[in-house]
Design a protein around this ligand. Structure first.
Ligand SMILES: Cc1cc2nc3c(=O)[nH]c(=O)nc-3n(C[C@H](O)[C@H](O)[C@H](O)COP(=O)(O)O)c2cc1C
Length: 356
């Protein structure tokens, strides 16, 4: 690999290539993660954030969110919460089910999460964060990692101090999404903070935010000296992004998916969803995510609209076939006659998922 993009280790776990599928609530479930892992180039997969309240009260949804397949390894479970005792119990559960790494969410801006001291709430309560990290560290043997934001408010940027505290508590990898909680998803992520953390701590450091191209990934590694790069929304739009960065890092010809690949991935994803969950949620998730894979394709907006209006498995499958039949044969695609363009809302944070 190139000098800037080379594997690193979280204790003895090789992250190779050093590219991480960023945790995304409502997106990076077991189907999405496997789909991406199979495309290649994913060095570490992380679960959606999982509620420790749910896990420790045997909520079936939270338990389901911890499932993973051996082919996903190395695999990290990410938990969120603000209660040290429950955080410890949930961490033990993640270790028991065989996760390779336990990650703590210190970034979610959702009021429901912050109100209970969890997510980005931990950035403004270092005393609580310290107790949680020390409790968990005593209880588990697998590596403990953390994903933080720049700070809580725009005027209280404290990512470097949070990283120092985490390292002192035995955290073995720090990932920074360089926006504040106040900022939400507005503006751009501050990668200079990734550089500052890298220069301050001795554990590996990765950066997150706004990487959607090979060039951006290379630039972030080069400019910050970070060990790893996380990609979230960019992977929804282009599931081959990890593979393409890995190709470039190895000096190989860069894989370019054909229309047949794009059609196949929709079928593969829908099959996995239906295997994993009941029909209605599988259809809903398909509507939300499948559209992302077709951004930028000719007639994509009309296709997404027609998916959005589908209500059964057969309808979804027929829409996929009609759409790809048309564009593969260079025929115009008209979607549903006369239907106004209407799409599933953009997925842009952990808010929606935590509100559900
Ligand atoms: C829909 C959505 C859900 C997210 N859920 C989580 C989450 O559960 N845990 C977490 O640490 N970050 C979460 N994030 C933040 C991402 O992991 C990532 O840090 C952020 O989106 C910036 O990176 P990107 O520009 O590559 O998407 C979420 C982001 C999005 C868009």
């Amino acid at each position: 690999m190139t000098p800037e993009i080379k594997p690193f280790k979280i204790r003895d776990i090789a992250i190779s290539p050093p590219l991480i599928l960023s945790p995304m609530a409502g997106v990076t479930d077991v189907s999405f993660r496997r789909l991406l892992k199979r495309r290649g180039g994913v060095g570490l997969s992380v679960s959606e954030f999982i509620s420790v309240e749910g896990l420790t009260r045997s909520n079936p949804k939270s338990k389901r969110q911890m499932r993973f397949y051996p082919e996903e390894r190395p695999f990290a479970v990410q938990i969120f919460g603000g209660q040290p005792e429950r955080m410890r119990m949930a961490a033990e559960m993640a270790e028991e089910i065989g996760a390779d790494i336990l990650d703590i969410n210190c970034g979610c801006p959702a009021p429901k999460v912050v109100k209970h001291g969890g997510g980005s709430g931990l950035l403004k309560d270092h005393a609580r964060l310290e107790i949680i990290l020390k409790e968990i560290k005593k209880a588990i043997k697998i590596p403990l990692t953390i994903k933080i934001r720049a700070g809580f408010y725009d005027h209280t940027i404290n990512a470097v101090d949070t990283a120092k505290l985490a390292e002192a508590c035995g955290v073995e990898h720090i990932a920074l999404h360089g926006r504040t909680k106040e900022q939400g998803y507005r503006g751009l992520a501050n990668w200079d903070l990734v550089k500052q953390i890298k220069e301050t701590v001795s554990v590996p450091v990765s950066g997150s935010g706004d990487v959607t191209t090979i060039e951006q990934a290379f630039a972030r590694f080069r400019e910050t000296g970070c060990d790893g790069v996380l990609i979230g929304r960019g992977a929804m739009a282009n599931p081959w992004i990890f593979r393409q960065i890995e190709d470039a890092a190895n000096g190989r010809e860069i894989f370019q998916p054909t229309l047949a690949d794009k059609r196949a991935i929709l079928h593969e994803y829908f099959d996995m969803l239906r295997e994993d969950m009941p029909e209605t949620p599988a259809i809903n998730r398909m509507k939300q995510l499948a559209g992302q894979f077709t951004r930028g394709l000719q007639g994509g907006a009309l296709f997404r609209t027609s998916l959005y209006h589908s209500h059964s498995v057969d309808e979804i499958l027929n829409r996929i076939e009609e759409y790809f039949e048309a564009i593969e044969n260079d025929r115009p695609y008209f979607g549903e006659a006369g239907a106004p363009i209407e799409e599933a809302p953009e997925l842009d944070s952990c808010e929606a998922a935590s509100a559900a």
